[in-house]
Design a protein around this ligand. Structure first.
Ligand code: SF4
Length: 301
């Protein structure tokens, strides 16, 4: 049996074994989560289009494809994309290969690492750099600890490891971070007016919304990441064995019980009340979907 490990699935496993089990073993998808993810995809699509030399309007249209039907998200996307283009109007698009899918063997238990790299570019010195687009609700101020946490970002370590596995020596990561707006449409404000207000706010205080930072890759960080991933794979194999031997299939996959993690967990509507999901018992608002839907891309490394 081949198991695909992505940055998403590994993060999920480290945060909560039960949530990993539901999402990546049982393939239990929340309907709302699919909608929430689409905003990130929409913003990525707009950024990619900018890198291909499209105008702001064209890039926005490319992004809108991913959030068709969600008018408030469309208004937010419009405000942010116009704001982004204004913020970086003097910075030419970075020439990149975008949305590159990778897959390579890890370890001896049938695990493969897989994922999709946002962008791979070469700087003026000819070095390969990863380009990572991120949207966050946290502050992107230079003093924010958001930047410190990025250093041990397992997604980037996974991408660097994938590049090395395919013979591409990556030296740096450029993080291109956009802060999601905290402003919302006011009562009786139209969505067009809200989009314009957000755009103007982005233009008035661009450093509040947009930040870029270049980070050098450290080999010690990469080594620590590989060790951690290998241990996680061993644990997944062991938990599957336990699962097959128990009456309640999900019981070996432990609940983290951490308030902060549970608060944002897509399964908290039933898990926190002691209920369990299975193929015969799918909670309402969920469906059995794909294990790693983010991997549907065309371009391979
Ligand atoms: S609600 Fe909490 S314990 Fe349950 S799956 Fe989610 S994160 Fe894990």
């Amino acid at each position: 049996m081949i198991t695909i490990i992505t940055a998403t699935s590994l993060s999920k496993f480290l945060a909560c074994q039960r949530a990993y089990y539901y999402r990546h073993e049982l393939r239990l998808n929340a309907i709302e989560t699919a909608e929430a993810l689409s905003f990130g995809r929409a913003f990525h699509a707009a950024m990619e289009s900018r890198n291909k030399g499209m105008t702001c309007e064209q890039a926005l249209a490319e992004g809108m494809i991913h959030i068709a039907g969600n008018e408030q998200a469309a208004a937010t996307l419009s405000g942010l994309v116009y704001g982004y283009f204004a913020r970086y109007k003097d910075d030419p698009p970075i020439e990149t290969r975008s949305e590159i899918q990778f897959s390579h063997k890890i370890g001896k238990n049938g695990f493969r690492a897989a994922g999709v790299i946002d962008g791979l570019a070469q700087n003026s010195a000819g070095e390969f750099v990863l380009l990572e687009y991120k949207t966050t609700s946290q502050s992107v101020d230079p003093s924010s600890d958001y930047w410190a946490r990025l250093r041990s970002n397992l997604q980037v370590n996974m991408y660097v490891d994938a590049c090395l596995a395919h013979g591409i020596e990556v030296s740096k990561v450029i993080y291109d971070v956009t802060k999601k707006p905290s402003i919302r449409p006011r009562q009786e404000e139209t969505l067009e007016a809200y989009a314009l207000r957000l755009r103007e706010d982005c233009e008035k205080r661009p450093e509040f919304y947009f930040a870029r930072r270049e980070v050098t890759i450290l080999h010690d960080d990469l080594h620590a990441f590989r060790t951690m991933r290998k241990e996680a794979c061993y644990q997944i194999v062991s938990l599957r064995h336990r699962s097959r031997r128990t009456g309640r299939v999900c019981s070996p996959w432990l609940c983290c019980g951490q308030q902060q993690t549970c608060n944002f967990c897509e399964y908290n509507s039933f898990c926190l009340y002691g209920a369990e999901a299975s193929t015969q018992n799918i909670p309402s608002g969920f469906y059995l979907g794909e294990r790693n839907p983010e991997l549907k891309q065309n371009s391979n490394i």
